[in-house]
Design a protein. Structure first.
Length: 127
């Protein structure tokens, strides 16, 4: 997105979400167990839960290590498995990646910057 001035950009953080769906004859809890056994190296479980019990609907998420801290933030995998009316299990997998857009040099805090504290002394006494 271009700002009012043509020579500068309005930078922002965004999140990319990729979604995939599939069907299987496996129970929802078994789907999550199988995926849990095959997540990428370094993935850490954020926990799991159920709606209506593990035989009906199950969800689990994993955090992945950051691979490019300057550009990419948090990475998550979230898998939901739900029992369908035809006795199959519907599976939805979401992968979320937070993107940090690069900033022009004029918008960056210099590495040599230090914190400082300042006070303002009022010339007018409090009423």
């Amino acid at each position: 997105m271009v700002s009012a001035r043509g020579d500068s950009f309005l930078w922002y953080e965004g999140q990319v979400d990729r979604v995939r769906f599939w069907l299987t004859a496996t129970e929802p809890s078994q789907v999550l167990s199988s995926i849990d056994a095959h997540v990428p190296a370094g993935a850490m479980s954020n926990g799991h839960g159920w709606i209506g019990g593990p035989e009906l609907d199950a969800v689990q998420s994993w955090s992945l290590p950051t691979i490019d801290p300057a550009r990419l933030g948090q990475r998550l995998i979230v898998v939901t498995a739900a029992k369908l009316a035809d006795d199959q299990t519907g599976v939805r997998a979401d992968v979320w990646v937070q993107y940090h857009a690069p900033r022009p040099a004029a918008q960056r805090v210099p590495a040599q910057a230090r914190c400082s504290t300042s006070r303002s002394l009022s010339r007018h006494p409090a009423r």
